[in-house]
Ligand binder design. Sequence first.
Ligand code: ISE
Length: 343
Amino acid sequence: MTVRIGLIGPGGMGQAHIARITNVLFGGKVVAVCDLDLTRAKAVAEPLGATVYSEGATLIGAEEVDAIMVTSFGPAHEESVLAAIEAGKPVFCEKPLAPTAAACLRIMAAEEKAGRRLVQVGFMRRYDQSYRQMKAVLDSGEIGEPLMVHCVHRNPTVAQTYTADMSINDTAIHEVDTMRWLLDEEFVTARVDRPKKTRNRFPHLQDPLILILESESGVRVDDEIFVNIQYGYDIRCEAVAETGTVSLADQNKIERRDSHGHHNEVATSHIDRFDGAFTTELQSWIRSVEIGEASGPSSWDGYAAAVVCDAGVKALMGDGGTVAIEMIDRPAFYSNDASVVVG
Ligand code: ISE
């Protein structure tokens, strides 16, 4: 069976997903594309022979579409995801599931009413080989209990439209999800430290910043977010446990030695750095649609990340104090969420 996919919002991420589905993955085909900008929708759809839609609801209802991908602007996600659930169609939604916890709760309520999991959220780091190996080491217990995790998330630069809160709810949200998954527990407090600001790029940003999270059992996670570091896309993570540490190894693809010295390549973007993770993530989603069994990050994960990010944004905008994170108990409907990769 070929899963016939309708994609809403063919911006940079959407186009990268389309290229991957078309050129790399098996079992899926993009048959419909929707964008308010019809010129862009046509430019993306034509080479695929896909149908162009200007209304998300019409694409979602189309008989030719089996499953939906939502890669539009975050605030537009809720409407599309709710419509897909209403139509009983599986939906892959890029992060964030929705920008507020309240919107994520509405999605969870709709999915629960539908009676089966239909939503997978695009937290691709769970599919990254190195993070998966880190998790296997921690889960084995061989280096004891994790006590601290030091994370670094650096982007070369961001657009002028990137607002101050996005350092948390668009960028740090990846560590929020990955750390919940890695440690298998929730966070209870958030705090933000504000180092000296870079002179590069925008005064409206606190760049860099350090988000500090504490988990239920007291594990301390610090996350350096620096979105205008200039030199490349650099992701680091070290977990410190009772009798050892485990960290992401350098992701460089080549090492060069010459008369100028010893150089490594640095990734340039998330699409580059997480290439393998995106491939596994989307292949896994297509497979889950084929077999009718949703897996991977769920609406609950989307909600939990949104709650932590809301607290992080409050801490960033506040006076430097610690903000309590309060979330609902995990509903039984989501208790069997597997962090497994299908296929
Ligand atoms: C972007 O939306 C992503 O998802 C990237 O992974 C992240 O590094 C970047 O900061 C975000 O803006």
